[in-house]
Design a protein around this ligand. Structure first.
Ligand code: 2BA
Ligand code: 2BA
Length: 109
């Protein structure tokens, strides 16, 4: 058994969970925050059989979209009197970031 852990945009999460459930998968969503943008995203856990992992990955790929976002980098350390003009930097935000983990044991009581 595997645990597919995918970090996705909050805007894609509800739709993706609907699609996964329709396809017969079980899923759990938690609200998370990205370390870089400090914005909310969603982490979806799907526990499934090894042979179904590719199907889960295909559904994630098809239903999560890449976005471009502009962020202001953190200001540098400044001397008194110095001025800092922040220049927004473009970053590409997935899609989805997916980790597939081996499940040592699964119980459902
Ligand atoms: P954030 O940490 O908010 O990152 C948002 C986007 O900013 C990233 O998109 C990436 O394009 C850029 N970015 C992140 N850290 C960076 C850095 N140290 N230097 C330069 N650019 C950086 P994605 O890579 O698509 O990631 C989207 C979200 O997925 C991340 O949100 C984070 O919550 C999660 N994530 C991505 N890779 C991860 C990893 N290896 N481990 C844990 N979480 C990860
Ligand atoms: P349970 O199977 O007891 O699952 C309770 C909750 O545990 C689920 O809430 C989900 O958050 C989590 N969960 C269970 N198995 C999981 C797995 N393999 N991977 C990730 N998370 C898992 P809900 O999704 O709201 O489901 C409530 C109940 O509805 C489930 O109870 C199950 O009896 C049924 N169910 C869920 N998904 C289904 C599906 N695709 N088809 C048919 N019945 C489903």
């Amino acid at each position: 058994m595997k645990l597919v852990m995918s970090i996705v945009n909050s805007d894609d999460a509800g739709h993706l969970v609907g699609i996964l459930t329709e396809a017969g998968f079980r899923a759990t969503t938690i609200s998370t925050t990205g370390g870089f943008l400090r914005q909310g995203n969603a982490t979806i856990f799907v526990g499934t059989e090894d042979e179904k992992v590719d199907e889960v990955l295909a559904l994630i790929r098809e239903n999560c979209h890449m976005r471009r976002q502009f962020v202001n980098p953190l200001p540098p350390v400044m001397e008194p009197g110095e001025m800092y003009m922040p220049t927004p930097v473009e970053v590409q935000v997935g899609g989805a970031t997916v980790f597939v983990l081996d499940v040592a044991q699964f119980e459902h009581f």
